[in-house]
Write a protein that binds this ligand. Structure first.
Ligand code: EPU
Length: 492
């Protein structure tokens, strides 16, 4: 058990820890735990000494993982063989955040070992939860928490940290969460998260870059989301699980990760109906208990390896995936001339035939995922004819296009559309990754290119792809990682 010392003794009405306290705590010896919360409104004094990492190997992984590594790959090898798909990053993050909604041990399996998951573990540790992470299993106990603050230093490295807002507020009556800032893929406001919580009776304000929310007990409410928001729906669903009365979220996001979170919460005693559809009804309960949960497969990782097979004109089999979460992508790949055969938990892909240019429009689920847009832009450079890829979810998610052009791609960006003319034989070049999925698009382009491609800033990739080089090497790719210095912290 560990914690940092509250500033100037007093807890209530003050920000408990400064960012420099948190930074110091993450890197060095910690002060004794001074105050811990056992139940909402109740305090407990404890004084055990500890060091970060004794109970939580998340920290050591993270500190080792934040590097400016480069990936060097030589393209032109058709990928062949099998690849195992990891658990979904975007399901794991809200599931881990939701553990603080109640006491009892939560054992989460199929957890991908990626930096964003490590960051969420680190955040839960800062809040005072006990977090153990071994292999692909995480055990969390949030019986006691010591802080209701998600500090700037962490949130700025991962905007999904905002997922602790709803759970903290619902169970502990208050939350202070650094306001997520800008991001490489465009403006990403959290106004719908905040408006929903306010509708449930919370007092919400923004002070000095922090979201501050307070509520004695949240009240059930009728909430309409102006646009379907994934983490917004998750935050509100988690908060409503402990509210008094019934909450209905209309125009909710329908992503499979939301249904997975709801399944976990229901196992813990929550009453949720309709998750995965656009109307979710939550009847609040007094408390949630611990439970086990196996995270769903990562549909975006699955899609990325499908495109890796397609762009190299290879033949790959993806195991332990969920094809029914990928209907739009599978249909688009078939339209482009790729043979795709789906079984219950496996997909076979064969891309021997010529690729045809197709049009794609990103949309909220079940539409074509924005998280597969960069990969499909890369694929379309190898397809015959003109492809128009329209991005409707985020306002500026085409940073990979400039880098692809440096590899010889013929792509014009007109507003929210990328017009790709192909086929182009890409030429290997040094390129710079700008966000997680853009990095994946560049890796795929490098796999198809003639010669050597060097990808800089691969820490973006490490945020969301587990053992990517190892998995690609297993399919025959000539890919290596070169270790470099420490990476800057950037939000996305
Ligand atoms: N939006 C608002 N107001 C809000 C919230 C969202 O206007 O309060 C808008 C956004 O600006 C955007 C749209 O709604 O135009 C959809 O954004 P959403 O809130 O759904 O995105 P998110 O929850 O921040 C999640 C994923 C992203 C993925 C998007 C869209 C997680 C942790 N992140 O983000 O994943 O791109 O949904 O599917 O689940 C990634 O994994 O690389 C990634 C970026």
């Amino acid at each position: 058990m560990w914690a940092v010392r509250p500033l100037n003794g007093s807890w209530r009405g003050k920000t408990p820890f400064s960012d420099s306290d948190i930074r110091e705590a993450l890197l060095g010896t910690l002060e004794p735990l001074s105050e811990a919360r056992t139940k909402p409104g109740e305090r407990r004094v404890s004084a055990r000494r500890g060091r970060v990492g004794e109970e939580n190997d998340f920290f050591s992984i993270l500190l080792g993982a934040e590097t400016m590594d480069r990936i060097v790959l030589t393209g032109g090898v058709p990928l062949r063989g099998d690849v195992e798909i990891s658990g979904a990053k975007n399901a794991t993050l809200p599931i881990l955040a939701s553990t603080i909604l109640g006491g009892g041990e939560c054992v989460i399996t199929n957890v991908p070992r990626v930096v964003d998951v490590v960051t969420m573990g680190k955040l839960l540790g800062i809040l005072g939860a006990k977090v153990h992470h071994e292999g692909n299993r995480a055990v969390i106990n949030a019986e006691v928490i010591t802080s209701t603050q998600a500090p700037y230093d962490l949130v700025k490295t991962m905007r999904a940290s905002v997922l602790v807002l709803g759970p903290l507020l619902a169970r502990w009556g208050e939350a202070t969460v650094s306001m997520p800032g800008g991001c490489a893929i465009g403006s990403r406001p959290v106004n719908l998260h905040l408006a929903g919580l306010a509708k449930m009776g919370a007092e919400v304000s923004i002070e000095h870059g922090y979201i501050r929310a307070k509520a004695k007990r949240l009240m059930g409410a009728q909430i309409y989301c102006d646009t379907p928001t994934v983490t917004g729906t998750e935050n509100l669903m988690m908060a409503a699980s402990l509210a008094q009365g019934t909450t209905v979220i209309e125009n909710a996001a329908k992503e499979p990760e939301i249904a997975d979170l709801a399944n976990f919460l229901v196992k813990r005693g929550a009453r949720i109906v309709g998750a995965g559809s656009d109307v979710i009804t939550i009847e609040g309960v007094r408390e949630l208990h611990g439970s086990d949960h196996d995270v769903i497969p990562d549909r975006i990782e699955t899609g990325t390896y499908l495109v890796a097979g397609a762009i190299t004109r290879g033949a790959v089999t993806l195991n332990r995936c969920c094809p029914s979460h990928l209907d739009a992508l599978l249909m688009k790949l078939r339209e482009a001339g790729v043979e795709v055969e789906a079984e219950k938990e496996r997909i076979h892909l064969n891309a021997a035939a010529r690729l045809k240019g197709i049009d794609i429009r990103t949309l909220p689920y079940p539409g074509f995922p924005t998280d597969m847009q960069a990969q499909m832009v890369a694929l379309m450079t190898a397809a015959e004819g003109t492809s128009v890829i329209t991005e409707t979810v985020f306002e500026s998610r085409f940073m990979h296009v400039e880098e692809l052009r440096r590899m010889g791609a013929d792509i014009k960006v007109e507003g929210n559309r990328a017009v790709v003319t192909g086929p182009t034989k890409l030429a290997g070049a040094p390129v710079m990754a700008s966000d997680l999925r853009a990095s994946a698009g560049l890796v795929l382009a490098g796999l198809a290119a003639e010669g050597t491609t060097e990808i800089l800033r691969v820490y973006h990739l490490d945020r969301g792809y587990e053992r990517m080089e190892e998995k690609l090497r297993g399919l025959g790719a000539a890919i290596t990682r070169h270790k470099e210095g420490a990476a800057p912290a950037e939000t996305c």
